[in-house]
Design a protein around this ligand. Structure first.
Ligand code: ADP
Ligand code: DP6
Length: 431
């Protein structure tokens, strides 16, 4: 069994669409899991069944003739573009000769979806609680952790593992292969090439990310040839960057769910329109925004170093932070203020509601609380969520002081690892 984490996109929304800029994505403790079971048999066709028992009608089974895998059909007539595309891409890449029956079971942690109309069920060991929804997956509201990226990343991993005797996700080459295949599958399913930060975080964990050239993936999707895909996945420099980066000790991420929603594609198209219409002004805003994004990353790295080199000094600064003295963390505080200032300018000048007034008010209030380094509207922004960087010991007070506001803090924390192997025994009773 393998799993992939959800994400919080803390810095670099929009800019990450351009490979000139880098972004910071935090991997979260909510994960998506894929368990594979393989039966080798001399059947006339290959069968891949993907089950997602937490959702109504959550079963997609494909009968595949290995000489024409492009003609694979779902036997109930159901559609799950992300499942189908992942199977298509992995089979095009592997071009297997021997038929197999594969069953893959998907589980997802509670924070990915709204828990409305769902029932909890706990494993025999009591270690795992999952929510079972009365609606099919496409009708259940998402919270923005990147469910499709998590699904594609862990399904790609589980499928690859079915065709390899010595599969090891701890190896860098294996992770890169998973990442490259998952990016192709995700783009193909979406019908467009995004920046891919969500797939990269699902694979590599908390990272500073620079995107790939969309043409690389476009060409392979157009040609749909095994040779081209193998060349792209195993022998091409994607020129991406995925440098590990995580929060310093004692600093935690709080993700707040806001009642409301935004449509990312609409926000993105408004911002890109503004960029076209006002090239000079938008470049100026993006340059300032990028300076602050990079300052945030650098200051977090510096704190990480201080915590190792001068642990006592660091502990004292953390304690002062909880008491309301933020001076040991002033670079983080001022870079987050800078990020927000330019996100707000982008909101006002592009007309895209990236940091709407309602969010500004909430974030300003949260940033005035003891122990809070800062907060942003993550990703594309809008009315979906906020995230804060907070001293761990200040969290109970932050929760208390925001209890009457329109925000629900999710039960999440940073978990910096990307794809990893899981112990299936925690799922006994659910599998
Ligand atoms: N647990 C799951 N089981 C099966 N399919 C899933 C699951 N989670 C996500 N998906 C697929 O991903 C789609 C959601 O993708 P998308 O709309 O891009 O949302 P997100 O922003 O969360 O990635 C679902 O409609 C479904 O096709
Ligand atoms: C604007 C963006 O840079 C980031 C969007 O980030 P979100 O995390 O808001 O996205 P969804 O998970 O699709 O809702 C577009 C991109 O990079 O693809």
């Amino acid at each position: 069994m393998f799993s992939a984490p959800g994400k919080a996109f803390v810095a670099g929304g929009y800019l990450v669409l351009d490979p000139k800029y880098r972004a910071f994505v935090i991997a979260l403790s909510s994960r998506m899991y894929a368990h594979a079971h393989v039966e080798k048999e001399a059947a006339k066709y290959t069968e891949v069944c993907v089950k997602s028992p937490q959702f109504a009608e959550g079963e997609w089974c494909y009968k595949i003739d290995l000489s024409r895998p492009d003609l694979a059909q779902e036997i109930h007539g159901r559609h799950n573009p992300f499942v189908k595309s992942t199977i298509d891409v992995v089979l095009l890449y592997l071009a297997p000769k021997q038929n197999k029956r594969i069953t893959i079971t998907i589980f997802s942690d509670p924070e990915y979806h709204s828990q409305k109309d769902s029932t909890p069920k706990t494993s025999k060991t009591g270690l795992k609680t999952l929510y079972y929804h009365s609606q099919p997956i496409h009708k259940v509201a998402k919270t923005g952790l990147g469910s499709s990226a998590g699904l594609v990343a862990c399904l790609t991993t589980a499928l690859l593992s079915c065709f390899s005797e010595s599969f090891d996700v701890k190896k860098e080459t294996t992770l890169t292969r998973i990442h490259n295949l998952a990016q192709v599958a995700h783009c193909h399913a979406q019908g467009k090439i995004g920046s891919g930060f969500d797939v990269a975080a699902a694979t590599f964990g908390s990272i500073v990310y620079r995107r790939f050239d969309p043409q690389l993936v476009n060409k392979v999707i157009e040609s749909w040839k095994n040779d081209d895909l193998v060349q792209l996945v195993d022998n091409t420099d994607w020129k991406i960057e995925h440098t590990k980066c995580c929060l310093p000790p004692g600093i935690k991420l709080l993700m707040g769910d806001i009642v409301g929603g935004s449509e990312t594609p609409k926000l993105v198209s408004k911002v890109l329109e503004w960029r076209k219409k006002e090239p000079e002004r938008s470049l100026e805003v993006w340059t300032h925004l990028n300076t602050n994004n990079m300052r945030l990353i650098e200051s977090l790295e510096k704190l990480q170093d201080t915590s190792k080199i001068q642990p006592e000094t660091y502990k004292l600064s953390l304690r002062s932070l909880v008491e309301g003295n933020k001076s040991g963390f002033s670079d983080v505080v001022s870079s987050i203020r800078g990020i927000r200032r330019y996100m707000k300018i982008m909101t006002q000048e592009s007309g895209a509601e990236i940091e709407p007034d309602q969010q500004t008010e909430l974030l300003d209030y949260c940033m005035s609380l003891k122990g809070v380094l800062g907060g942003v509207v993550p990703g594309a922004g809008g009315y979906d969520a906020v995230c804060l960087l907070v001293a761990e010991d200040a969290i109970p007070e932050v929760v208390e002081r925001t209890k009457d506001l329109s925000v629900t803090w999710l039960n999440l924390r940073e978990q910096e690892t990307g794809i990893r192997e899981e112990d299936v025994s925690s799922f006994i009773g659910l599998l």
